[in-house]
Design a protein around this ligand. Structure first.
Ligand SMILES: [Ca+2]
Ligand SMILES: [Ca+2]
Length: 97
């Protein structure tokens, strides 16, 4: 359990526990030593994407959840299709699996 000590206007870095301003989170610059201020699972749904949206890779883009794993790459890097299994396994040249 992490200790909340940074106050409401600050973000507490996950493991390292530094305090950084909330405005410094999800700004594509890593402030936390462990990078927790830029983690996708943290940034997702917080600033850039709603809970109904999927945050591509480094949250550059939000796409609707319905577009995730639909066989069409909507994210710039196709992150939304990670784990998508079509009917022709091994046919894709992907490095994600
Ligand atoms: Ca940051
Ligand atoms: Ca898609």
């Amino acid at each position: 359990m992490r200790t909340i000590r940074c106050g409401p206007k600050n973000f507490t870095c996950g493991r390292t526990g530094e305090c950084i301003p909330l405005t410094a989170t999800c700004n594509r610059t890593v402030e936390c030593l462990d990078g927790s201020d830029e983690r996708n699972h943290y940034c997702r749904g917080l600033k850039f994407c709603t809970e109904q949206q999927f945050a591509c890779g480094v949250y550059d883009e939000c796409i609707e959840e319905t577009k995730v794993k639909d066989g069409v790459k909507d994210c710039p890097e196709g992150e939304d299709e990670i784990g998508y299994v079509d009917n022709a396994p091994l046919s894709k040249n992907t490095h994600y699996q």
